[in-house]
Ligand binder design. Structure first.
Ligand code: DX5
Ligand code: ZN
Length: 216
């Protein structure tokens, strides 16, 4: 069974030592990696772009789930796919026409996700949901790791799950052994975990605890 699945976010990794981070995450049983791309414009933080995604692609076979926190995501989407993204998620707040953006992403032959921040109403997704594979419900405002979980995300997950049984649902922000269970109860499939995993010495133990919490 593909879900529930826990996706480590590389945002909190030691970027000077990604080869050993990848080895540790892989041997801990990670099944995909969540990759946070920030442009210093859509969000007030800056991470990395295509060359780093391509570098990850060269050194891991895990699927790369790329979370674009950037303005004008269509401008960079083709290059992100060339760099090795398997699933590409844009923010609804970053585009004028989410339906058009989703359709253009789909033409690139990747899985398509649409993300929304805690303050953004679900109704902003109206129209585009038929053209995406996944909704990323943010449980913190996009931009930084290590922020506390916002439970407004649980209501959104519940509504999405009830109305769209086949849609993949992902949650991102403040997920740990306490918050992962309620998110699962609300119908979530994919759980991004940054600081609660990467902050630990033993990735296997941390992933095991999260896995147990999501299944209980
Ligand atoms: C936040 C990022 C997250 C981040 C989550 O903008 O999208 O993916 O890595 O980190 P934690 O799990 O520490 O909240
Ligand atoms: Zn993310």
């Amino acid at each position: 069974k593909m879900t529930p699945a826990i996706l480590p976010s590389v945002l909190s990794c030691d970027f000077g030592d990604m080869k050993s981070e990848l080895a540790r995450l892989t041997s801990a049983g990670a099944r995909a990696l969540h990759v946070d791309v920030m442009d210093g414009h859509f969000v007030p933080n800056l991470t990395f772009g295509m060359p780093i995604v391509a570098g990850l692609r060269r050194h891991t076979e895990l699927p790369l789930d790329v979370h674009l926190m950037i303005s004008d995501p269509l401008r960079y989407a083709p290059a992100m796919v060339d760099a090795g993204a398997d699933l590409l998620t844009f923010h609804v707040e970053a585009v004028e026409d989410a339906t058009y953006t989703a359709k253009e992403f789909r033409k690139l032959g990747v899985g398509v996700g649409v993300a929304l921040d805690p303050e953004t109403p679900l109704s902003d997704l109206d129209g585009c949901l038929s053209f995406v594979d996944m909704v990323l419900v943010m449980s913190v405002k996009a931009g930084f790791g290590g922020q506390p979980f916002d439970s407004v995300s649980l209501d959104k997950l519940t509504l999405l799950r009830d109305n769209h049984p086949g849609l993949l649902l992902q949650i991102d922000g403040g997920i740990n052994a306490e918050t992962i269970g309620p998110a699962r109860q609300a119908g979530c499939d994919l759980f991004v975990v940054g600081s609660a995993l990467i902050g630990r010495d033993d990735y296997s133990a941390a992933l095991g605890e999260l896995d147990q919490a999501v299944r209980s």
